[in-house]
Design a protein around this ligand. Structure first.
Ligand code: HEM
Length: 511
């Protein structure tokens, strides 16, 4: 059976898909046996990113997606290329992407390759689930980011940001003339997501975060060759370490969850907790209570333990990296365009009246929203949206056969002159002044029922952090900054973002 499945997965299905697509006039670069176009993509990207950019130029599609630029010129905007033996359809048409991400969210989703790649890391949490499983999990996770819940997390954001600002002030006071702001933003969003998920001062929560970061790196390395048939069965030097890290993360998570369960059961606590994990447990408990207890499953809670752990790992993973990148790129843009920095500082001063930002202030920070949107457009942290069709579907007038992978290059859509006009590669936040833009062309958080569930949290966090940073410092880009965006799933600055900081309120010397 294994041999038959392997032949079907790596040979017969891809060939059938290729036939169906070429009959409809969709073609692409010829694939090589087993490796497909992987080597070509790797060599094009290596070449295009081998040097830093000579100036802060936002025209970065040819640098980061050179294969998209090359093949769309030869084969048209819709072409197929091969990631090993997986055929991928590149989709940039906004009507088709809207249809796929909206109407077909239950019959498309994450591919086997993606799930295998992340199973030891985020497991089967909402990010990687499909169909009914995904639907069930999405309804458990979504309420943890709504209304009052979201508001209750802002205390963690304010507290952690204040700490970061103090450490920036100390750095400046100790004579450091420049800082790499990316490091600070990464540490800050890590701190915020750990506290928001597990509550403040939870030592096990901090340990879990550190272990997950190591696990993420290891998984990325050990799954690089997944496209090769049977590679997941090869003994790898990473496998043992991955397994023991995963076990340790789950042991720590079980400890935290068990102790909350004990507190509720013996009556020491009347709720699961006010942090994100508490809300998640509460949501699961409410749903489980409909069916529990039954003679065959006397304790529904234990049945869901793996799911709770997978959701926690997913949220910790998804909840910090992209936000750190959004903040880092926005800081770079504000440092490079000081007139926007001044405008936003003034806006924050008027709206927040010199105090810390609250959730009620945020909708009034219109200029800041425009800058954040422009930053998400030019440097979308998630540059590609991958999907796989689980059934034959029809997109526009194209038949998409079951098993075809779909690849939406968000970065290329965000930089398209056809969609954004001649100044598509320019920094111009004014384009977001009207707040109405055709759906489908601005998709940093994806679209439809399967969009980013943490979007409001991310935007709340970004607005609070940036408004606090901008009220305390003015900053300029350092002459040491080398503009070199690279993609490793997300778009990041290769050498970090170096800025010069000037405190705005000089400290009154103590008598
Ligand atoms: C600027 C910051 C962020 C960006 C640009 C971003 C972007 C995205 C995108 C594009 C997706 C869809 C991925 C796909 O389906 O392939 C996604 C999904 C997701 N994001 Fe975010 N995200 C951000 C912050 C966050 C935060 C702060 C959280 C949680 C605290 C979060 C949690 C999630 C989860 C759980 C999913 C999976 C949703 C589902 O499949 O139903 N994200 N995000």
């Amino acid at each position: 059976n294994l041999a038959r499945d392997t032949i079907s997965c790596y040979l017969l299905t891809p060939m059938r898909i290729k036939r169906v697509m070429s009959r409809q006039g969709v073609s692409g670069p010829p694939p090589r046996f087993l490796v497909g176009n992987i080597l070509e993509v790797a060599s094009l990207v290596t070449r295009s990113t081998s040097r830093d950019m000579p100036s802060i130029d936002h025209d970065i599609v040819a640098r980061l997606l050179p294969h998209y630029v090359l093949w769309s010129k030869i084969y048209g905007k819709m072409f197929i290329y091969w990631n090993g033996s997986e055929p991928r359809l590149c989709l940039t048409d906004t009507d088709m992407t809207k249809e796929l991400l909206g109407k077909y969210s239950m019959v498309s989703g994450k591919s086997w390759f993606q799930q295998q790649g992340s199973k030891n890391f985020v497991g089967k949490g909402v990010l990687m689930a499909n169909g009914q499983d995904w639907y069930h999990q999405r309804h458990i996770v979504a309420p943890t980011f709504l209304g009052d819940k979201l508001k209750s997390y802002t205390g963690y954001i304010l507290e952690s940001t204040e700490k970061m600002l103090q450490s920036l002030e100390s750095a400046v006071e100790s004579g450091k003339s420049e800082v790499e702001i990316g490091e600070y933003m990464t540490a800050l969003t890590s701190d915020i997501i750990t506290q928001t998920t597990f509550g403040s001062g939870c030592e096990n929560g901090k340990k879990i975060f550190r272990l997950l970061t190591r696990l993420q790196r290891l998984t990325a390395r050990s799954t690089r060759h997944l496209w090769f048939p049977g590679s997941r069965f090869f003994p790898s030097k990473y496998n043992r370490e991955t397994k023991s890290l995963k076990k340790e993360v789950e042991r720590l998570l079980t400890e935290i969850i068990q102790s909350r369960k004990d507190c509720v059961e013996i009556g020491r606590s009347s709720s699961w907790g006010n942090d994100l994990l508490g809300t998640l447990l509460n949501e699961m408990d409410n749903r489980a209570s409909v069916t529990k207890p039954t003679p065959s499953s006397p304790d529904r809670f234990n049945l869901d333990l793996q799911l709770i752990m997978d959701e926690c790992k997913t949220i910790v993973f998804t909840g910090h990296e992209s936000t750190a990148l959004l903040l880092t790129w926005t800081a770079m843009l504000l440092a490079a365009y000081p007139s926007w920095q001044d405008k936003i500082r003034e806006e924050v001063k008027v709206v927040c009246n010199g105090g810390p930002p609250s959730i009620e202030h945020l909708p009034k920070l219109a200029l800041l929203s425009m800058v954040i949107n422009e930053s998400l457009r030019l440097y979308p942290p998630v540059a590609i949206l991958p999907r796989s069709a689980f059934e034959d579907i029809r997109l526009g007038d194209l038949d998409i056969p079951k098993g075809l992978a779909l690849w939406i290059p968000v970065l290329a859509i965000h930089h398209s002159e056809q969609l954004w006009g001649k100044d598509a590669n320019m920094f111009n936040p004014e384009r977001f002044a009207s707040r109405t833009y055709a759906p489908g062309r601005f998709i940093p958080f994806a679209l439809g029922p399967r969009n980013c569930v943490g979007q409001s949290f991310a935007i709340t966090e970004a607005k609070m952090i940036l408004s606090m940073l901008i009220s305390r410092f003015s900053f300029t880009i350092s002459e040491n900054y080398r503009h070199a965006p690279v993609t490793v799933l997300t778009i990041r600055p290769k050498h970090g973002v170096q800025i010069h900081l000037t405190p705005l309120k000089p400290k009154i010397p103590s008598p």
